[in-house]
Design a protein around this ligand. Structure first.
Ligand code: ARG
Length: 569
């Protein structure tokens, strides 16, 4: 329910000296329960009516107090230091919220605001020449969660992993393979063998410059469509891509398209021609550029003097292709903040070309991970590869569960779910622009603000419900005299879920959802400590209905933020 609106609706029916309809946006949900549920700071009104805020608050309070009715949503008002604090009828509010959640179930927090609209999300999009590492975590997880959020508000989504499968690294790999590789080894060890070759190339090339020339030659051959070069590079790229796909799957990220940069490498000409025809290009030292100085965006390189294409040009071709394929209403690119200028240039050029998708492109930029800390991290070395991170997470959570004596039917599955949850939570817990340090051990802790703590709280709800083994007849649930400690604060938190989804969508801040879920988990544990749900075999239906509502919100929320819901752990 929209608590604020319902309070406002009722206030509108009252006869008040000050016309509050001009001040509706000043009303806020109270942060602290002792200040009621909805609050009006009277400072702006004071300016307007040239009366001290505490007097306005007091006047309003007196007038409202006279008009509150028994079956209205407003129960009590107080004037404190220039604030008008409105207390809602707890019984009514609690009943309404719990009923809503228990009836809407998986639809609680779902909207059809953007029904019929399509959003294309470009995330993960890793360069294939290297193992996936911790630096790829945020784009993969934030992208995936943004996709979930978009679906939650009604969009149809298209997820694209625009892999970096193009460029000299693949020339280097072929060179290395030609010198030191063998087919059986690569077939057997797959991406590990390819990586070894790549590392070896870089080591040897430090002293032997000719290797780089060879690599450039192989890359040129790939570009020219030389049969051997194309076959070898395809083979290598498929191996690397397969591994990235496997890791993404492990994390829960599935893509509708894997069309990468290479696909666009020979589709540059139309882009360049179009830019020329629009009079946007200049030739500078043999290279083709678009001068964006007047927009404070520097000079964008479109084609090098040797004719090779560039990241920006490929992105121009890619966005055109995506628009053709999906007719999107919005496209979101999820990358590290370091690519800010690149996307600004891309969006500006699209605008200058007056493309139908100008204004529909967004860059969701996030801060970087610095190297992880903690024991596991130092064992993993500087690279912190995603596969190692996942494996370490699985092992560590197995260890912890053993220590805690947790009995689950499938320890492998549960420990993987714990690891995926912890990794997702790590990528999401702060505002996206923050640079973060990943502490693997802390993230797997079952106490404190961690994903396992939330998962554990969810499992607790499940076990209570299972134990109670009682159907809830909503009509019979009675919230008479419910207090803050008896679940009212918890219920109000649950009620924040739908609005938080909308805020997370608007601000592109998945952390808002994660934080709310964390707040719910700690508030639930307080509730659980202070209240009996099953007492001497007798089930308290009111409390059980609250547990059910918490369970539903966890399920809906976890699904969005990629934390697996585990019913037993
Ligand atoms: N492959 C790029 C990188 O690893 C990210 C690609 C982002 N997407 C895009 N359309 N440019 O830095």
């Amino acid at each position: 329910m929209n608590l604020k609106n319902e309070v406002l609706q009722e206030l509108k029916k009252f006869d008040l000296t000050y016309n509050l309809s001009d001040f509706e946006n000043l009303f806020v949900l109270s942060v602290d329960a002792k200040n009621g549920d909805v609050c009006l700071p009277c400072f702006m009104l004071a300016k307007q009516f040239k009366t001290a805020p505490n007097i306005i608050a007091q006047n309003l309070c007196d007038e409202i107090a006279k008009q509150v009715s028994k079956n209205g949503i407003i129960e009590k008002v107080e004037a404190v230091n220039g604030y008008l604090n409105i207390f809602a009828n707890k019984e009514m509010v609690a009943k309404k919220i719990v009923t809503e959640i228990l009836t809407e179930k998986q639809n609680f927090g779902k909207f059809d605001l953007y029904k019929g609209k399509t959003v294309v999300l470009d995330y993960s999009s890793v360069n294939l020449a290297k193992y996936m590492h911790i630096g790829h975590l945020k784009t993969t997880i934030i992208g995936l969660v943004m996709k979930n959020i978009c679906e939650q508000v009604g969009y149809k989504t298209i997820s694209i992993n625009y892999v970096g499968d193009y460029g000299t690294p693949f020339g280097k790999m072929i060179t290395a393979y030609k010198h030191w590789g063998n087919k059986e080894d690569v077939e057997k060890r797959g991406v590990d063998a390819v990586q070894d070759l790549y590392v070896k190339f870089n080591q040897v090339a430090e002293t032997d410059e000719s290797l780089n020339d060879e690599a450039r030659l192989w890359f040129k051959k790939i570009e020219e469509g030389d049969k051997e070069a194309v076959e070898l590079s395809n083979w290598i790229i498929e191996l690397c891509r397969g591994e990235v796909e496997r890791l993404c799957n492990e994390l829960g990220a599935k893509f509708d398209s894997w069309r990468g940069e290479r696909y666009y490498s020979d589709k540059m000409q139309p882009v360049i021609d179009e830019l020329k025809a629009a009079g946007l290009t200049k030739v500078s030292e043999g290279a083709t550029v678009v001068d964006l100085e007047e927009y404070g965006l520097g000079v964008a390189l479109i084609q090098k003097s040797d004719g090779t294409s560039l990241y920006l040009t490929r992105d121009l071709a890619a966005v055109e292709d995506r628009y053709k394929n999906y007719k999107f209403d919005k496209a979101i690119y999820v990358t590290d903040i370091a690519q800010k200028l690149h996307f600004k240039q891309l969006f500006k050029i699209v605008e200058l070309l007056k493309k139908p998708y100008a204004g529909k492109l967004e860059h969701l930029a996030y801060g970087r991970y610095s190297l992880p800390t903690g024991k596991i991290a130092s064992r993993m070395g500087k690279q912190a590869l995603l596969k190692d991170l996942l494996e370490a997470g699985i092992n560590k959570s197995k260890e912890i569960m053993k220590e805690r004596g947790t009995k689950v039917s499938d320890a492998n599955l549960v420990s993987k779910q714990v690891a995926v949850g912890a990794i997702s939570f790590e990528a999401l817990k702060y505002e996206k622009v923050k640079d973060t340090v990943y502490d693997m051990e802390a993230s797997l802790n079952f106490d404190g603000e961690t994903s396992p703590y939330m998962q554990y709280t969810y499992a607790r709800c499940c076990s209570i419900i299972e134990k109670a083994n009682t159907n809830i007849n909503l009509k019979e649930v009675d919230f008479k005299n419910i207090t803050s400690a008896e679940g009212f604060d918890l219920i109000k938190l649950l009620n924040k879920f739908p609005q938080t989804i909308l805020d997370a969508y608007e601000k592109q801040e998945p952390c808002l959802i994660v934080r709310l879920l964390m707040d719910i988990a700690s508030e639930f544990n307080k509730f659980y400590t202070n209240n009996r749900i099953i007492d001497n075999g007798v089930v308290n239906i009111k409390n059980l209905s609250v547990v059910n509502a918490v369970k539903i919100v966890f399920e809906n929320g976890f699904k969005i933020v990629n934390i697996p819901a585990i019913s037993k752990m």
